[in-house]
Design a protein around this ligand. Sequence first.
Ligand SMILES: [Zn+2]
Length: 384
Amino acid sequence: MKLTVQVKLCPDETAAAALRDTLHACNRAANHASRRAFATGITSKTGLQRLVYGELKGMGLSAQPAIHVARKTAGAYAALRENLRVGNYGPEGCRRRRAVEGRPVRFRKDAAQPFDDRSLSWQLDAGTVSIWTVHGRTPGIAFQCSPAQLELVTGYRRGESDLVLRGGNWYLYATCDIPDPGVNNPKNGFLGVDLGIVNIATTSDGTVHAGKQLNQVRHRNRRLRKKLQAKGTKSAKRRLRHLAGREARFAADTNHCVSKQIVTEAQRTCRGIALEDLGGIRGRVRLRKPQRVTLHTWSFAQLGAFVAYKAVRAGVVVVHVDPRNTSRGCSACGHIDKNNRPDQATFRCMSCGFAEHADVNAARNIAARGAAGWAVSHAVDDAA
Ligand SMILES: [Zn+2]
């Protein structure tokens, strides 16, 4: 499985200036490549590389960065096509979509740039990297990371790393390819996990991960956002961006903690994890408006993704089950009735009288579906 490890760079002033000039040059080149792609309609990796390689070298890039700029541009067009296809810019012919289709893809001057082993080398013992810049090779840039991250980078780093400027700090996002530890047989069944808004995650064991703090942050930010949006000044826009970043980081931290606890519990008890299949949420594709739904859908998808990758590393099976009626069905007798839910928090079965916390009942249904699905698919395996 592939993981991205973020390593913070600590360049001195000269090195930082060289990195900045390099990003600017690469993105100037990317914008040039993008205009060429737009004008000619050539957006495939090899086609675009052939078209602009010489031109990019003429703009001061060396061979590898020129290739990566061409590929990055081709990748941006592929992402754009996918976004158009799934309707993220609205239906065909609408104004927003026409605007996007009618101009070349643009890159920010500080947009991330990939570096491969020929233009970036790691001195792990010394804790430094040496990187190609437009001012020549810049060696001895110190980096910082946790011991766990260093272990990943040392053992499993493969291929490219992205140079990223974020909030005034420099990072390398290193791709690490970790061997699959193999999957443990879920001999004690499945831990069901219900994802929600009031409670971020509730397990079939009855553990409730409340989202109170996260929701407070969201509500506070929503009020603040309205005010700032009404203002519309440049500084208000900057504050809005800052706010969005902070909220996303807070949500990600929460999702990391919750997913870790869920995976640890499943591993400890030799169970798999069953999640609802939220369907069709693609990793790199922007989600549709409205904002409120986007926020939550995005956060669900992230928690699901965190659970999935932590589970793979821990050898825990994850299954995705059909989400229909998980909250309205009785986990004791199977009776489905919307009157089983007298209010948001309570489940009381109209047929057998079984009563339970509503989210715990849903999680138990999810666990049961996970176990049933696993049994069926493995019976088929055995027969084959
Ligand atoms: Zn019942």
